[in-house]
Design a protein around this ligand. Sequence first.
Ligand code: PLP
Length: 344
Amino acid sequence: MISAWATQAIGRLDEERERAGATPLREFPLPAGWGVRLLLKDESAQPTGSLKHRLARALFHDAIIAGRISEGTTVVEATGGAMATAQAYFARLLGLPYVAVMPKKSSGAEVERLGGTCRYVDPPLAIYEEARRLADRVKGHCLDHYAAAAAVDWHGGSLAEELFEQVAECPRWIVVGAGTGATSAALGRHLRDRGLPGRLAVVDPENSAYFPGWAYGTPDYTTGMPSRIEGIGRPRVEPGFAADVVDLVVPVPDAASVAAARRVCEATGLAVGPATGTNLWGALELIGRMRAEDVRGDVVTVIGDAHPRHLSTCHDDAWAKGKGLDWEPHAARLARVLDHGESW
Ligand SMILES: *Cc1c(COP(=O)(O)O)cnc(C)c1O
């Protein structure tokens, strides 16, 4: 039996999910006459502005049901960026203390605005051990989203369930990046469970283990290098990545992700993060194949997040130059394809 506090907490999470509602599907403009629509599931419309909102909600839900989080439990996590923001939001909703252990260079401003605490650690890879140590010391709970994502129960809040309620016909391709792998696993399992004809492509940035691990069938592949595309790409294949429900993994150069993120910004007015660019690039590559084979239908991908801070990173020429990301040739290719209808 679960406690009165837990019952009330679960009620709050369910209410929040109802209130947040479904995120919109937007159409990305393609040249006329292609017979293909490109739809963007806009996760920037989530209350905390990113795709991480769903996973954070589900992880709190699971931990409460399992009794790992109860009244007054300090919730700890090793993460910065959008996941920390989403977790801080749910901790506040439930009246729980929250500590994000993040690399020194990250910004914890949003976590603090939501009443959470940030602990900055160097080197970046030390965050995992420090989060565990801290959780032990305060007898709190470390959410550990990379491990927990492998067994996540979405409690009706997955992107897959919501997306398939919004589309009349199954898309030919669904394109998404992988961080924990939970989102792609939910989409791939949904397609297979329902016997749907659509296929799932995971887009993968440089330095990530997902593409080589999938291509060579070696789940223990490691790169030892962090991804430069926030939110996606990992130095190892995480336990939540379900390779057997992924039809294709598409490697995308980081500079191409930057060029494509700018195109999404131009089309939607949203200051999307670079991972949304990775999605657009992969989707356009698959649409290029569909055109070559004269296949019609829809392709769906995701706007993972949007935030003004991205304006001073991937949308900023000086930043991209400083990182050695030569986005211009990729922007020129996008212009040839999207503005002049050339083939991919
Ligand atoms: C975090 C993130 C993902 C990956 O989500 P997981 O479910 O953790 O694999 C995909 N796309 C974007 C834009 C993200 O920020």
